[in-house]
Structures are given as C-alpha cells and as structure tokens.
Design a protein around this ligand. Structure first.
Ligand code: 5GP
Length: 190
C-alpha cells in the first residue's frame, strides 16, 4: 500500500485546534482526510456516526482493544474511551490521502512514536491559561465544573509541548492558520 503522511494536531481544549484542522481540510491541494476516531461516549447534539466519530458501545470498544485493532487509545475523561482504529488510517492511505488527526496529547505522541518519520506532530498553544479560561467560558458549551476540569488538565498538557515537532501559538487566528498551513504544506512535500 502507498503510505501517506500523518499530521497530528494536539492541544488543550479551547486552544483552537479544531478550527485549524477544519481550515486545513478545506485546502484541497493538501490532500488531507480527517481521521474519524472511535469513542465509547454518547453522541452529542448533531453528531453523526461515521462522520464525527464511530460511536461504539463500551463492550465493543473493549473488544476492539483486545483484538489489537487500535493504533492508540486513551481514557481521555473518566469512563470515556477514545481511539484511532488501524483500519481508519488504512482506509485514508488507500485513497492516496494524508491523514490529519484532532486527538489528545498522549494519543498524538503515541502516533508520533509509532511512525516517527511519517508523522508531523503539531502542538497548538493558547497564549496563556487565563486566555484559555476566557475562551472556554465564551464558548458556553461546558459547565463551570467542566471548564475547571479542562483548565487543570491543560496545565499538564502544556508541559508536553516541547515533545512535539512544532508548536503553533494561537494568539491571532489568521496568523496561526497561515503558520499551520505552511508547516503541513512543507512536510507533505518532503
Ligand atoms: P470530545 O468528547 O470533546 O469530542 O473529545 C474529547 C477529547 O478526546 C479531545 O481532547 C479530543 O482531542 C480527544 N480525542 C478524540 N479522538 C481521539 C482519539 O482517537 N484518540 C485520543 N487519544 N484522543 C482523542
């Protein structure tokens, strides 16, 4: 099989990584396709199975772990499992595309470790923890409790930034989008 590249975006919640990933997916010349993760959590709002996630029951998820079907998996929040299926990467490579991931810090680093040469691991950094808190509050999607949980997790995640290949600071979104575009574009040309 013709192997494509792997582009990992990881960041604390509220850093803007999803916005960056969505922007890059629209740039057809990059030839990227989104890696749809599997999760044991229930769908939220408008989420669609097979588009946003592969929604699995807890039992199915465990079975797939046993069968060694995951490239990486993680219990990101308590009782909520998330993981990248090997079949997902194969599906995208078979189409001649590069895989782009929006996953948590540990999952991102695990992919980098498995495919060191073919992976570009990018960490998206908020300008500060205070700014992150403000953004999460503005988003109004999480309760005060959940925001505090995500902010305390963010401090630990920020400490892993130096382990990534590149860091993009999302202070001004347009600048961050351009930086991310250039990094990805140069990497897939290598
Ligand atoms: P949410 O429940 O808000 O959709 O996602 C929660 C967290 O799980 C996010 O930080 C997201 O990046 C992470 N995540 C999503 N898919 C995967 C995956 O396949 N593997 C890992 N390790 N984390 C994931």
């Amino acid at each position: 099989m013709n192997k494509g590249k792997l582009i990992v975006f990881s960041a604390p919640s509220g850093s803007g990584k999803t916005t960056i990933v969505r922007h890059l997916l629209k740039q057809e010349e990059l030839g990227l396709e989104f890696s749809i993760s599997a999760t044991s959590r229930a769908p939220r709002g408008e989420e669609v199975d097979g588009k946003d996630y592969y929604f699995l029951s807890f039992e199915d998820f465990k079975q797939k772990i046993k069968n060694d079907e995951f490239l990486e998996w993680e219990e990101v929040y308590r009782d909520n499992f998330y993981g990248t299926l090997k079949s997902e990467v194969e599906r995208i490579w078979a189409k001649g595309k590069h895989v782009i991931f929006d996953i948590d810090v540990s999952g991102g680093l695990r992919i980098k470790r498995k495919f060191p040469e073919d992976t570009l691991a990018i960490f998206v950094k908020p300008p500060s923890i205070d700014e992150l808190k403000i953004r999460l509050k503005k988003r109004k999607t999480e309760s005060e409790d959940k925001i505090n949980m995500r902010v305390s997790k963010a401090s630990a995640e920020l400490a892993t930034a130096p382990l990534f290949d590149k860091i993009v600071i999302n202070k001004d979104l347009d600048v961050a989008l351009e930086e991310a575009y250039n990094l990805v574009s140069n990497f897939i040309k290598e």
